[in-house]
Write a protein that binds this ligand. Structure first.
Ligand SMILES: [Mn+2]
Length: 438
């Protein structure tokens, strides 16, 4: 499932339209990263670069010129049949022009000679300032080279600006084509979570459930996860970024799985928590139902105009109120919220933007105010409660329970659409699924 090249062309045009006259934007692709010795991690293109090109080769460079002779320039790895025996097919400059919408394209080894000239006399140079040390150094080098020619008439850029400001605002709002892909990624991940629930038995190892998730996603064309899956049995769920995934799951444990696949570089992000033996204990059920109440109420509140922070505040109020009812916190509700007493059990925020990056780009505050939701934004809603196994301030029966319930929610014109509805979250539905296959 891939986006059409027309989509990338339109994005470049939209970005160019927002760039100042006479400006130049430089954006780098990812490089291959070494895992150990000469083995590399699977290649993952830089999201900003892929967003504007759909071009999936390492080390490339995109240059957009507003008002220049060539609007779109790509530098790319060369065609080299001897190398391609090892690396696979490369598009080369011709392919970049023919299939990736470049007005001109050159081999990588021409970057250092061409970039200083391309920067000559531009009104503004845009690039992701201080995000990528290697690119910062290269830009400085190109400017130094250009600076050596000032007596020959070269003119340094008049100003520098951060390209992310324009680009990230664009990426925050998903088009209908992007929503189709993200919906599919979410469906695949939801089905994978269902399979993990069905596969789980007391005594299962966390990595077994991880492999159920990754194998299913891979079988559906989503070979990569958007992030390292968290499969946490029992008290491991209280470690928010637990990724060891190497422990046996005991009878009576809850299992928290936070996993989502990536499709054409778009993320999904789902968390479900379920009992290893198919039956919630009374304490587990109480914590679970409280998280579910917050999850459902916050999802209901997702609509155009809703303030980002008000979603978080709603989750804090519901969870704190419930913790008081369960005797896990005591005191005045408003004071417990004001003092942040709930943070002992709920220490993260309600969610994050979701897109090409799992923690997607886009500001949460705009002009000093919390952002108001608008159609096309996709956010996660993921309240959780985590009671540390060594928290002696609560009765022993509560200790080591960790629950999070996370869905991906699209803001629509009329309200919202949950993309991750394919995996159950009501307690009765989970128990029915696990005990008689739904
Ligand atoms: Mn998340």
């Amino acid at each position: 499932m891939k986006l059409d090249q027309q989509v990338y062309r339109k994005r470049r045009e939209k970005l160019l339209a927002q760039m100042p006259e006479g400006s130049l934007l430089v954006l780098a692709a990812s490089n291959l990263k070494t895992r150990n010795n000469d083995a590399e991690y699977p290649f993952r293109q830089a999201s900003n670069f892929y967003y504007l090109t759909g071009f999936n080769e390492p080390e490339a460079l995109l240059v957009l010129s507003k008002g220049g002779e060539h609007a779109v320039t790509l530098f790319c790895p060369p065609r080299d049949p001897a190398m391609e025996v090892w690396t696979g097919y490369r598009a080369g400059p011709e392919g970049c022009v023919e299939r990736f919408g470049a007005d001109q394209a050159f081999n990588l080894d021409e970057i250092d000679s061409r970039l200083p000239k391309m920067m000559d006399g531009v009104a503004q140079l845009l690039y992701p300032i201080a995000r990528d040390a290697a690119l910062d150094t290269r830009v400085k080098g190109w400017l130094e080279t250009l600076g050596k020619s000032v007596r020959a008439g070269a003119v340094l850029p008049q100003s520098l600006a951060d390209s992310d400001r324009l680009l990230h605002e664009m990426r925050l709002f998903k088009s209908s084509e992007e929503i189709v892909i993200m919906q599919r990624a979410a469906q695949i991940s939801a089905a994978a979570h269902v399979r993990a629930m069905l596969a789980c038995r007391p005594g299962s190892y966390e990595y077994e459930l991880e492999s159920v998730i990754t194998a299913y996603c891979g079988s559906q064309g989503a070979r990569f996860q958007a992030y390292t899956p968290i499969v946490a049995g029992g008290a491991n769920a209280c470690i928010l970024h637990y990724i060891e995934n190497d422990q046996a799951i005991a009878d009576g444990d809850l299992v928290l799985i936070d996993a989502g696949c990536e499709l054409d570089n778009y993320a999904s992000d789902i968390t479900r928590t379920f009992p290893a033996n198919g039956h919630f204990s009374a304490e587990q059920a109480a914590i679970y139902d409280l998280c579910l109440k917050a999850n459902e109420a916050c999802i209901e509140a997702v609509k155009p105009g809703a303030c980002w922070n008000s979603l978080h505040e709603l989750s804090v109020r519901i969870l704190t109120e419930g913790l008081v009812e369960l005797g896990l916190l005591s005191g005045d509700l408003d004071e417990l919220i004001e003092s942040g007493a709930y943070k002992r059990f709920y220490m993260h925020r309600i969610g994050h933007w979701l897109g090409m990056d799992v923690h997607d780009v886009g500001d949460y505050r705009v002009n000093g105010e919390w952002r108001k939701l608008e159609p096309g934004i996709i956010t996660t809603i993921e309240p959780g409660i985590y009671i540390a196994p060594d928290d002696h301030s609560v009765e022993e029966r509560w200790r080591g329970i960790g629950v999070r319930i996370e869905d991906d929610v699209l803001v629509t014109d009329s309200g919202h659409q949950v993309l991750t509805g394919g995996v159950p979250k009501a307690r009765g539905e989970i128990e029915a699924l696990m005990n008689n296959g739904g």
